[in-house]
Design a protein around this ligand. Structure first.
Ligand SMILES: *Cc1c(COP(=O)(O)O)cnc(C)c1O
Length: 361
């Protein structure tokens, strides 16, 4: 937490807005809107819920195809399955490790040739690094397939000075406990489309029709964020730029101090700004990420593997996939290094020393 959270929570308690409605929700949504330059924002219980609402807003239904990145956290894909739709997995490009536009086009052409044009594209800006949104947006426009951006990890990241989450029809940010900013749990959906915004808010509050009694014509959810958590979000948004400054410094320190031991780091394009939520790197063929993780853990330092791609997950078998091998390689050779924005100079020194010891053994 950054400092002002408790003050704002006290205001919430003083005014007794302990509910999924209240002034801090509006305040939080306004701040996220202004920061990302979006017309509408809806605060919800999680980014997963937000992706679900976005799919509903785009009228994704049972049996529809939805294109999505294979190298991602499972929360990108689960909402597709909640809708009864089928994911089509698209592998990663080199450099950014995000959705490969060449494979994306192949997937669109093949599905369309079979008479079933996909209903949506979900690119994911993994670890904060922006996708190639020029190429993905071009395909979205050309084939008339809307984009839902999973910007769970990339709040504050920009591609050509435009915020990730604002390129598609709908973008979703996460405020889960492990993200750059946290409300303990939560998400915000952004869009420039008024109809989408109103429909998603409607669905997030049990789809109650505007009548003097309870009346429902649609199936909704209990997905609205609590006003208490929105108060935390207001305070968190005050420190976002400070945090990104630090995570970007941490990334630079790794590249400078231990860069030579790794094959490569995940890269942003020139002109982009990643929020560098996590610094991730590929190890050389003979080095195993699990060995470095174990070595670091003996020094009480936590590092993690990168996700096993969705097309390799047991629960995701049987779906179409467009694969070039990159995501499998990133899973086998990749590592997420400690990257918190609260890492001190002393912490970094200790981590760097431990990494150097590992490679010089
Ligand atoms: C964290 C995360 C989500 C889910 O966010 P929640 O707010 O925890 O539901 C979705 N996609 C990606 C890529 C994530 O990292």
């Amino acid at each position: 937490m950054s400092g002002n959270e408790l003050e704002y929570i006290k205001d919430v308690f003083k005014d007794n807005w302990i509910a999924p409605i209240g002034p801090h929700l509006t305040m939080f949504e306004d701040i996220v809107k202004k920061y990302t330059n979006s017309k509408y924002a809806v605060a919800v219980t999680s980014c997963t819920a937000g992706i679900h609402l976005a799919l509903r807003a785009l009228r994704v239904k049972e049996g529809d195809y939805v294109l999505c990145s294979s190298l991602t956290f499972v929360a990108t894909v689960n909402p597709i399955l909640y809708c009864g739709a089928e994911p089509i997995f698209v592998d990663s490009e080199e450099g950014s490790w995000n959705m490969d536009p060449i494979l994306l086009e192949e997937a669109i052409l093949n599905s369309t040739a079979l008479g079933k044009k996909p209903k949506a594209i979900i690119p994911v800006h993994i670890f904060g690094v922006p996708c190639n949104m020029d190429a993905i947006k071009k395909l979205s426009d050309e084939y008339d397939i809307p984009i839902i951006e999973d910007a769970a990890e990339s709040l504050g990241s920009t591609f050509n000075d435009k915020h990730t989450g604002t390129f598609g029809s709908i973008g979703v940010y996460s405020f889960n406990g492990n993200k750059l900013l946290s409300t303990s749990g939560g998400g915000v959906v952004v869009t420039n489309n008024k109809e989408h915004a109103e429909y998603m808010k409607h669905l997030s509050t049990q789809a109650k029709e505007n009548r003097p009694y309870y009346y429902h014509t649609d199936i909704g959810y209990n997905y609205r964020m609590s006003n208490v958590l929105a108060a935390i979000g207001v305070a968190q948004m005050e420190v976002i730029e400070e945090r990104i400054k630090r995570t970007r410094e941490v990334n630079k320190i790794y590249q400078k101090e231990v860069g030579k031991f790794f094959y490569s780091f995940q890269e942003e394009r020139s002109g982009d700004r990643s929020n560098m939520w996590l610094t991730c790197a590929l190890m050389n063929g003979e080095d195993k990420p699990e060995d470095l993780i174990e070595h670091l853990s003996k020094d009480n330092i936590e590092a993690r593997r990168i996700w096993k791609p969705m097309h390799e997950q047991p629960v995701m078998q049987g779906y179409k996939k467009y694969i070039n091998g990159n995501s499998s390689l990133i899973f086998l050779q990749g590592i997420c290094l400690p990257s918190g924005s609260d890492l001190t100079k002393a912490d970094m020194k200790r981590i760097i020393k431990s990494i150097k010891t590992f490679f010089n053994k």
